[in-house]
Design a binder for this molecule. Structure first.
Ligand code: ADP
Ligand code: MG
Length: 299
């Protein structure tokens, strides 16, 4: 079996919201994820992160390019159909706002257990309800919530139910699209640790999407930075934090608050000048595994 779990090749996606409007949401993006890797995809709102995630989950069909998952070309209809069941069980996604993704007429216990039921997975803890309770405790909620409906929960609790549901499948790939943005800070750390646990103990690969770099340093092995639909930089996390090359990455890094109050007071925020973005550039390898979007003829 190959080492590469996900191979995104020259992915582009265009929206045509009206007759004359064309939005290039994702523009020639390529990256790979190894099995067991946590890859961060970071960029401001509107940079195309969710569109990449949705293409990977077969929600959108890419306008151009292709995506291989375990060598399966998931953009090819026939191949996708053939492997549909396995793909559905092995890939899970968590959205930033799960409110709309939870079935309002189902109780929490059933929401969490449903994927296991659909895919006829034998619950490791005996019954589906025991499994749901276990998963719920993992996201810091107690059994009293099992018989509640989503409308009886807070936004943060609903989000945690969505996370418990996705993790109950022990997915091979978890796509987490700004999963913690709506949660309290104390719970954010708990969920990030839960992702780490799933990665370390179950080998789950994670595509972690965020609009800033604050959690990425702790969680991710590698990071890709997106701007206006383009990947402008990609590197192992430590390398990206030590040697950010693209001005946009430098601006994102300068926006991370520093825990030390004196250092925080002296922190200089850098603004990003749109003129430093070269849409026509190509990704160049400037250090091992470190790529930066540069003009074709730049050194
Ligand atoms: N369903 C859609 N129809 C039209 N435009 C969309 C749609 N979804 C996203 N877009 C546009 O595509 C661009 C990228 O959006 P998105 O992938 O959601 O970015 P991000 O997740 O980084 O905030 C934005 O300009 C957004 O307005
Ligand atoms: Mg998004």
């Amino acid at each position: 079996m190959s080492e590469i779990l996900l191979d995104v090749q020259h992915l582009s996606h265009v929206f045509k919201p009206s007759k004359h409007a064309v939005i290039k949401a994702v523009d020639d993006v390529s990256f790979q994820m190894k099995k067991g890797e946590i890859f961060g995809l970071v960029g401001e709102s509107g940079s195309g992160k969710s569109t990449v995630a949705r293409c990977i989950m077969n929600v959108y069909k890419p306008t151009a390019g292709k995506i291989l998952y375990n060598g399966i070309n998931i953009c090819d209809r026939a191949e996708f159909k053939k492997h549909h069941k396995v793909l559905e069980a092995n890939r899970q996604i968590i959205f930033q706002d799960s409110t709309s993704s939870l079935n309002g007429r189902m109780k929490v216990a059933d929401i969490i257990a449903e994927p296991m039921y659909i895919h006829r997975i034998k619950p490791p803890r005996g019954t589906l309800r025991a499994e749901a309770e276990f998963q719920l405790s993992y996201v810091g909620m107690d059994a009293s919530c099992l018989d509640k409906y989503p409308s009886e929960l807070s936004g943060g609790q609903r989000q945690r139910v969505a996370i418990a549901r996705a993790l109950s499948m022990e997915p091979e790939l978890l796509v987490a699209d700004e999963p913690i943005a709506s949660l309290d800070v104390s719970i954010q750390a708990q969920i990030i640790n839960l992702f780490k646990h799933c990665n370390q103990d179950h080998g789950c690969s994670i595509l972690f999407i965020a609009h800033d770099l604050s959690m990425v340093e702790y969680l991710c092995d590698r990071v890709g930075v997106m701007y206006h639909g383009k990947l402008v930089e990609m590197a192992p996390t430590a390398e990206l934090f030590a040697n950010p090359r693209h001005p946009y990455t430098q601006a994102l890094l300068s926006a991370i608050p520093i825990p030390d109050p004196i250092a925080e007071r002296n922190r200089k925020r850098m603004d990003f000048d749109e003129l430093d973005f070269d849409r026509e550039g190509v990704l160049k390898e400037v250090a091992p595994g470190h790529f930066v979007l540069r003009k074709e003829d730049a050194q």
